[in-house]
Design a protein around this ligand. Structure first.
Ligand code: SF4
Ligand code: SF4
Length: 365
């Protein structure tokens, strides 16, 4: 049997939703696009490799590379969560998909009756994963920068097997967004500057992962989001009509704002261990929950946030004071002044003093 066909058969047996093959060639078009973008305003992209050769030359990541098996698993589910992006409400896909791809490679070796060399990547290698998936025909890259499969939409986890096995390649799909602009119009913070151009520094999904002191404008952009943002994905017609995942065994987690406000700043609860939401630690989730409560003016969580003024972490105390002032200034004013008398961290203390003065001006007191 042709190896390409065998790859797809084995992938289907393992409940991998889509699996196709591409070659080892450099992504020349993407290289030229990135070269131009790297001179522009929206560069560099946070958390991404900046080395254009590494990003676009697969062979640099596996020297004897002949073929790339590109795979996708859908995490479509119908449970909306106001605070969390869909991809963190299911079990961590890194280990899930790695495991599937490891099984796929073993099964292929078994059926072919010879061993080949391979390396598995799931979101950890500094190359353009979506561009490779597009080239293999898993889908097309939409104006919202996401890979879209016409049947499954864009709620997809991607992974690859780089191998020295020669396999016939698949062709890219002949599809694009056409005249649709729904994602560009839906972005509340105008982070999608034009088709396929994301200003990551403005994007809510990035800001929910950014550590340190955020500006007032960045806090507003976080809005009600504790982790990630799906606005430009949820409006996409391909997601509205997408089929449910074949990977039905993905465990589902659904947590609300109160749950995250109850987190301890130092410890990640064991039940979140197997989700991608803990990637940046517990403190940032607690911070985002307090900011979401502040942006939503959630008075019922005032006392819960007040307790965080005694947290061991100065930055958590800072964001607790900030959030209290934003939720209910009149009630918070005296409490925050008392907190300032005890705060030892002069940097955060001075910042909160300034916010207090500015809120006093805004509230006319
Ligand atoms: S993830 Fe949210 S903030 Fe980022 S581009 Fe999409 S809609 Fe805009
Ligand atoms: S919303 Fe429309 S323009 Fe945006 S990715 Fe989907 S199809 Fe493309």
């Amino acid at each position: 049997m042709q190896i390409n066909k065998l790859v797809k058969e084995c992938a289907a047996e393992l409940n991998i939703d889509i699996c196709r093959v591409t070659d080892n060639q450099k992504l020349e078009t993407e290289f030229e696009i990135l070269k131009e973008r790297s001179q522009g305003q929206f560069w560099p992209q946070p958390f991404a490799n900046q080395n254009l050769e590494e990003l676009t030359t697969p062979v640099l990541h596996f020297p004897n590379l002949k073929s790339i098996i590109a795979a996708a698993v859908s995490y479509n589910h119908n449970e909306a969560n106001l605070f969390l992006s869909n991809y963190v409400t299911v079990e961590d896909y890194h280990s899930y998909l790695e495991n599937k791809l490891e099984k796929l490679a073993s099964r292929l070796q078994q059926k072919l009756n010879y061993s080949f060399n391979y390396k598995i990547f799931v979101d950890q290698a500094p190359f353009l994963e979506k561009a490779l998936a597009q080239k293999a025909g898993l889908g097309f890259i939409g104006k919202n920068t996401l890979l879209i499969n016409p049947k499954l939409g864009s709620n997809l986890f991607l992974g690859e097997i780089f191998t020295d096995l020669e396999i016939a390649v698949d062709q890219p799909l002949d599809l694009d967004c056409g005249s649709c602009r729904l994602c560009l119009e839906s972005c509340q913070v105008q982070a999608l500057k034009e088709a396929n151009l994301l200003a990551a520094e403005d994007c809510t999904a990035y800001l929910t992962q950014k550590k340190g002191i955020l500006t007032e404008s960045e806090i507003k952009k976080i809005g009600h989001h504790i982790w990630g943002c799906d606005d430009c994905k949820d409006v996409c017609p391909y997601n509205k009509k997408s089929k449910a995942s074949a990977a039905k065994k993905l465990q589902f987690f659904n947590k609300n704002l109160e749950y995250f406000l109850n987190l301890e700043s130092k410890e990640v609860p064991a039940e979140l261990d197997n989700t991608a939401v803990t990637w940046r630690g517990s403190r940032i989730l607690l911070r985002n929950a307090m900011l979401a409560a502040a942006n939503l003016k959630e008075k019922r969580f005032f006392n819960k946030i007040k307790q965080k003024l005694n947290d061991n972490s100065p930055i958590i105390r800072y964001y607790a004071a900030y959030s209290l002032l934003k939720i209910d200034f009149k009630k918070a004013k005296k409490i925050v002044k008392e907190y300032l008398n005890q705060e030892q961290n002069s940097e955060y203390k001075n910042k909160i003093k300034k916010i207090l003065v500015s809120e006093e001006d805004n509230n006319g007191s």
